[in-house]
Design a protein around this ligand. Structure first.
Ligand code: NAD
Length: 478
C-alpha cells in the first residue's frame, strides 16, 4: 500500500490526503495554526495482542486513530487486511473527518484496523480476534457510544460489529442502556438499521444522479443526456460494488458493461445481468466464466474498458500514472477510498475527465451509520410512532379526492398512496436528501471560487470550512 510504483509517485495515503488538504487550504484565509490543528491526527492507539489459534499463540497488530474530536463521538470503520499500516489508518481517519463534515454528520473522524488476512482464519478464530481487539479498545477508551463508534470496512461486516457490541456491553458491566450504540453496521436484530448494508452503494447512486442533474456542468466534460443507457464499468464486486451495479442497472437504466474483482472480471457490451452475475459468483466463487460475457483476466483490466462512467469500488491507488493513459471514460465516480493517485488525478483533470471524489461520493455509509446511532440512542425503530398516523392522514386525503372527483383510484395506486413510510423509506429519503445537499454545497463552493478548480478540492474546502467553524466556536481548551 505504501509503495512507490513506476513513475516514483508517492502513494503514502497520509501524504496524499495532506496534499489534497493543503491545496484546498491554500485558497482559504484561516490562521495557519488552526489549519495545522485540523490537519493533524489527534491520537493513535497502537496495540499488539496475543490470540490462541489452535495450539499456538499469534501476535496481532492493531490500530485505532482519532483524527479530530471537534464533534463527538468520532466515527470510522475497522479494516482487516494484511496491508494495514499506521499511516494508512491515520489517513483514513482524516478522510472520515472531512467526509462527515461534507455530509453534515456531527462526528469527528476515526479509523481502525488489524493487520492480518481474515480469509485465513475460521469463524471462531475471527470472533476471538475481534473480541480481544475490542477489549483493548475498551481499556484505552477508544470505543463507546459517546466516544468512538466503529463500523464495518474492508474485511469486516455485521458479524464483527455484533461481536464488538457484545464485548463492549460485557466489559462495561451491561449497565449502559446505550451500549449497543458503540458500533454501527450491526445486524438488524442487534440494533442495526434497514438500509445500512447497501447504504454506501445507495449513496454512490444518489451522488451520480445528482451530478447528472447539472447538464451544463456535464457538457464541459463532454457528457450529454441522462443516466439512462450510460455504459458503466465497476472495479470491485464486494459490498459497495455489487450494490452500485444493481441500483444503476435496475433503477437508472444504466448498462453495466464490465465488472471486475481481485480474480479478474467480465465484459459484455450489451450489459451484464447483475442478479445472474451475483448468483454465478456465489456458485463458482468467481466472476470469470459468466455465460455470455468475455473474461478480463487481470484485476485492473476493468479500469481500461471504454465506458461513460467508471466506478472504482475496490481499493486505494488503482488509477495511477502507470495506467491513467489507458483509462477511457468521461466520468470517474470514486466509490472506494483513495482509488485515484494524485498524479493520475491531475492527468484526468487535464484531460477533462469528471471525477466525483470519494470524500463525498462514498459518504452514504457513514450517513446511514449516523441514522443507526441515533436510532440506538432513542431505542426505537424509525417510523414506529408515525407510520399509522401518516396512513390515517393519507387515507383521509385520498378519500376526499375520490369523493370530490366521484372517481376511485385503481387499487394498486391507492395502496401506494395510502401506505405510511417504513424504516427503509425514511433511511433512503434521509440519505438522498443528504447526498443532494452535499453535492450542491460542493458545486456552489467550486462556482464561488474558481481557484478550487475541481470537485475534490472544493469538497475539501467545504469540509475544512465546517471543521474550522466548529473549532472556532469551541475555542481552545486545556
Ligand atoms: P469488500 O471487501 O466487500 O469488497 C472489496 C472488493 O474489491 C471485492 O470484490 C474484491 O475482490 C475487490 N478487490 C480487492 N482487491 C482487489 C484488487 N487488487 N483488484 C481488484 N479488485 C480487488 O469491500 P467494500 O466494503 O465493498 O469496500 C470497497 C471500497 O469502498 C473500499 O475502498 C472501502 O474503504 C470503501 N468504502 C466502503 C464502505 C462500506 O460501507 N462498505 C464505505 C465507504 C467506503
Amino acid at each position: 500500500m505504501q509503495n512507490r510504483p513506476k513513475g516514483g509517485e508517492d502513494l503514502n495515503l497520509w501524504n496524499i490526503v495532506s496534499r489534497q488538504f493543503d491545496k484546498a487550504a491554500a485558497t482559504m484565509s484561516y490562521p495557519e495554526g488552526l489549519l495545522r490543528q485540523i490537519k493533524a491526527c489527534n491520537a493513535v492507539y497502537y496495540v499488539q495482542f496475543p490470540v490462541r489459534i489452535g495450539d499456538r499463540y499469534e501476535i496481532f497488530e492493531g490500530w485505532r486513530a482519532e483524527h479530530s474530536q471537534h464533534h463527538k463521538p468520532t466515527k470510522g470503520g475497522i479494516r482487516y487486511s494484511e496491508m494495514v499500516t499506521q499511516e494508512e489508518i491515520m489517513a483514513l481517519a482524516a478522510l472520515m473527518t472531512y467526509k462527515c463534515a461534507i455530509v453534515d454528520v456531527p462526528f469527528g473522524g476515526s479509523k481502525g484496523g488489524i493487520r492480518f488476512n481474515p480469509k485465513k482464519y475460521t469463524r471462531d478464530q475471527l470472533e476471538k480476534i475481534t473480541r480481544r481487539y475490542t477489549a483493548e479498545l475498551v481499556r484505552k477508551n477508544f470505543i463507546g457510544p459517546g466516544l468512538n463508534v466503529p463500523a464495518p470496512d474492508l474485511g469486516t461486516g455485521e458479524q464483527e460489529m455484533a461481536w464488538m457490541a457484545d464485548t463492549y456491553d460485557a466489559l462495561t458491566h451491561g449497565e449502559d442502556t446505550d451500549a449497543f450504540a458503540c458500533v454501527t453496521g450491526k445486524p438488524i436484530s442487534q440494533g442495526g438499521i434497514h438500509g445500512r448494508r447497501e447504504a454506501t452503494g445507495r449513496g454512490v447512486q444518489y451522488g451520480i444522479r445528482e451530478a447528472f442533474k447539472f447538464k451544463d456542468d456535464l457538457k464541459k466534460f463532454g457528457i450529454t443526456g441522462g443516466l439512462e443507457g450510460k455504459r458503466v464499468a465497476i472495479q470491485g464486486f464486494g459490498n459497495v460494488g455489487t450494490h452500485v451495479a444493481k441500483f444503476l442497472s435496475e433503477e437508472d437504466g444504466c448498462r453495466v458493461i464490465a465488472v471486475g474483482d481481485v480474480n479478474g472480471g467480465v465484459v459484455n457490451q450489451d450489459g451484464l445481468n447483475i442478479a445472474a452475475l451475483i448468483e454465478h459468483r456465489a456458485k463458482t466463487g468467481n466472476l470469470i466464466g459468466f455465460p455470455g460475457a468475455k473474461d478480463l483476466p487481470g484485476a485492473a483490466d476493468v479500469l481500461e474498458i471504454e465506458c461513460d462512467i467508471l466506478v472504482p469500488a475496490a481499493l486505494e491507488n488503482q488509477i495511477t500514472l502507470e495506467n491513467v493513459g489507458r483509462v477511457k471514460t468521461k466520468m470517474i465516480a470514486e466509490a472506494a477510498n483513495g482509488p485515484t493517485t494524485p498524479g493520475a488525478d491531475e492527468a484526468l483533470n487535464a484531460r477533462g475527465v469528471m471525477v466525483i471524489p470519494d470524500i463525498y461520493l462514498n459518504a452514504g455509509g457513514v450517513t446511514v451509520s449516523y441514522f443507526e446511532w441515533t436510532k440506538n440512542l432513542s431505542h426505537m425503530r424509525y417510523g414506529r410512532m408515525e407510520k399509522r398516523l401518516e396512513e390515517i392522514n393519507r387515507e383521509k386525503l385520498v378519500t376526499s379526492i375520490e369523493q370530490m372527483s366521484q372517481l376511485r383510484f385503481p387499487e394498486r395506486m391507492r395502496k401506494d398512496l395510502v401506505g405510511g413510510p417504513d424504516e427503509i423509506d425514511l433511511v433512503n429519503s434521509g440519505l438522498e436528501g443528504t447526498m443532494q445537499s452535499a453535492y450542491r454545497d460542493i458545486r456552489q463552493a467550486l462556482q464561488e471560487d474558481k481557484r478550487l478548480g475541481d470537485l475534490r478540492t472544493a469538497a475539501f474546502a467545504v469540509a475544512i470550512g465546517r471543521v474550522a467553524r466548529a473549532y472556532n466556536e469551541l475555542g481552545v481548551f486545556p
